[in-house]
Structures are given as structure tokens and as C-alpha cells.
Ligand binder design. Structure first.
Ligand SMILES: [Zn+2]
Length: 344
């Protein structure tokens, strides 16, 4: 075995540990094992590593990347309140792509989700900048900033892609339309009124040959379309939502890179960890403390837990100490490989 083979094996083994860790059903949500099994059947290798490899290969130095997130809780109150799952992972990815590729991240979102997303971005150590009127070419690649495009005006996806020219479009915990055209919560409720048409950016990007990455935990999120049969068979509401649309909650859109995790934010951390392994740079992965800071900040801005809806530092029922423990194990796994490598 050459030293390069040994390094590849160490990376693969670490990524496998992280893939398993991030798909364990800590919060007892029920269907993640089925979704993960199917994703693993479709993807050759650990999901985060496969997604990181493709994303790094397709993101040139200084490129724009688009990240979609924002999932409504309390959709019966006006247009809902953003949950903590999604914005934190989006912030993690924005930071990791700045570190690894001096990327310029842009996050389109609805104005009623913007405060939580901006806070997560700030919590991870980036400065959110309103995107309106900002030419990405005027920005300095590598600056720790993140463009936030908060708008309720429907997006003309083709015009948007032509103007922003992203190398990569990522969706994390962002509702995806079902076959009936309705967006659903996990409980099958119609949440279409809470959302702008940002999913069209993802669909238009895929059609134009721009690489797409979809991260989700339930099968009703943008990019999870390849899991639709498992969602129909194994997820409550998968075959019949009960909202009256006569369909199920399974999302239709298909991501080129498919990542499941029991908490979608963990899927982002798994990709960031894999990017750190592949670039051999621990600083590409935020520390557990930094990601927890992003979580605390998003809660202070009004983000709520997606399972019990309380405005506390918790994600999908997993409170900060348990959530942070998973992050610490991921960091330790990456750190061990990078230390072994620098010692050899
Ligand atoms: Zn429905």
C-alpha cells in the first residue's frame, strides 16, 4: 500500500464513521434508517464525502455558490417561523466553502426567515450583507461575508442564474414540492403559503448542468426526489398527506448529490468535515463551539426547534449538549486523520 492509498483509506474510514454517526436516530424520528439505507444504495460511499468531492471539484476558486434554506414552523400563524435546522447548516457550508475555495456564498430566502438565517451566518463568524444591488464581481473572494437575498418577489430562475452564475446550488432543509405541486410539513400540512419559489433555482440549475446538492432528514425537502418510493412506503404521510391535495409529502426534485442525516444540519457538518479531510485542513470544519454559537445566535433571533417548536438551543428535539456531542465526535474523527497524516 502506498502512502497515498493509506491516506485515502484513512479518509474513507473517517467519512464512513461520520456518515453513520450523522444518520443514527438519536431524536427517535423513525424513518431516517430507511432513508439513509436507500441513499447509500444510490450513492457510492459515505454521503458527505461523495457530496464534498463533487462540490470541491466543481467549485473554482472565488466562485459564487447559492444555498437555499428556511423551513416554517407554526405555518398556521401568518407565514410561519424559521426552524433551527437548516440555517445553521447553511452557515456552516457558507463558511467551509469560503475557507476551502474562497467562495462567495449567496442565500436567497423569504424576508420572514431572514433574521434567523442572518443570525446563524453571524454566529458562524461571517458578516451577512444584503444582496440587493451588490455585484458579486465587486466582492473580494475569501472575505468572511455572505450575501443574503431576502425577497418575496417570485424569482425568474433563468435570469437569476445568468446574473449570479453560481458554480453550485445547495438546498438544506428547504421544503420541496410534492407531485401535486404542494409543499408539505412532515405532518402533511400544506405550507405553500410560507414560501417563495426558490426551488425553481434548484430545478433550473439542475436543468442547466449546474451541480446541485440536496440535504434533508425527512424526504419532503428539495433534492430528495430519488427517495420518493421509500418516503411513500416508510414515512408517515409519505403516501397520503391528508392536506387535501390527494398526494403524499415526498419531494419530487432530484439533487445530483444526495445527503441524508437525522438532523439536516448534521448533513452540512458531514460535508464540511469531508471537505476538511479532502483539503487536509481542519480549519475548513468549524469547531463544535463555533457551530453551537451559530445555533445560539439563530435561537436568539427567533429560530425554533422543528420538533417541539420551543425557542431554545435545540434542533429537531436534540438539545444543544447532545447536538454538540455529535459535532465534537465529528471534529475528533477528522482531527485524528489529519494529525496522523502530519505525523507520518
Ligand atoms: Zn398534500
Amino acid at each position: 500500500m502506498t502512502s497515498s492509498d493509506a491516506a485515502d483509506t484513512a479518509i474513507l474510514t473517517a467519512a464512513e464513521t461520520i456518515d453513520r454517526l450523522t444518520n443514527l436516530d438519536f431524536p427517535r424520528r423513525g424513518a431516517i434508517a430507511s432513508l439513509h439505507d436507500e441513499a447509500r444504495r444510490l450513492v457510492d460511499g459515505p454521503l458527505g464525502l461523495a457530496a464534498a468531492r463533487e462540490a470541491l471539484a466543481r467549485t473554482p476558486d472565488g466562485a459564487v455558490i447559492a444555498i437555499l434554506t428556511g423551513f416554517p414552523e407554526f405555518p398556521w400563524i401568518r407565514r410561519g417561523v424559521a426552524e433551527t435546522d437548516g440555517p445553521v447548516g447553511a452557515a456552516v457550508l457558507a463558511r467551509s466553502f469560503i475557507k476551502a475555495r474562497r467562495a462567495i456564498p449567496i442565500l436567497p430566502c423569504e424576508p420572514h426567515f431572514a433574521a434567523v438565517i442572518e443570525a446563524a451566518v453571524r454566529g458562524i463568524g461571517l458578516t451577512p450583507i444584503a444582496a440587493t444591488g451588490v455585484d458579486t464581481k465587486s466582492l473580494h473572494p475569501g472575505d468572511p461575508v455572505c450575501l443574503i437575498e431576502a425577497t418575496d418577489d417570485p424569482i425568474d430562475a433563468h435570469r437569476w442564474l445568468a446574473a449570479r452564475a453560481p458554480a453550485l446550488v445547495i438546498a438544506i432543509e428547504r421544503p420541496g414540492r410534492a407531485s401535486t405541486g404542494v409543499y408539505h410539513s412532515m405532518s402533511g400540512r400544506d405550507i405553500s403559503h410560507c414560501l417563495n419559489n426558490f426551488e425553481d433555482l434548484f430545478l433550473a440549475a439542475a436543468a442547466a448542468g449546474i451541480w446541485t446538492t440536496g440535504i434533508g432528514d425527512g424526504g419532503n425537502e428539495v433534492g430528495m426526489g430519488r427517495l420518493r418510493d421509500v418516503v411513500r412506503a416508510r414515512v408517515a404521510g409519505g403516501a397520503s398527506c391528508g392536506c387535501g391535495c390527494d398526494g403524499g409529502i415526498a419531494a419530487e426534485s432530484v439533487a445530483a448529490s444526495l445527503v441524508t442525516a437525522v438532523v439536516a444540519n448534521f448533513g452540512a457538518t458531514a460535508i464540511a468535515a469531508s471537505m476538511a479531510l479532502l483539503t487536509r485542513r481542519l480549519d475548513v470544519l468549524p469547531t463544535a463551539a463555533l457551530e453551537l454559537r451559530a445555533l445560539e445566535a439563530s435561537v436568539a433571533a427567533g429560530g425554533v426547534d422543528g420538533q417541539h417548536n420551543e425557542c431554545v438551543a435545540s434542533v429537531d428535539g436534540l438539545a444543544a449538549p447532545a447536538y454538540g456531542a455529535v459535532l465534537a465526535l465529528i471534529t475528533d474523527t477528522v482531527d485524528r486523520v489529519l494529525r496522523e497524516r502530519s505525523a507520518s
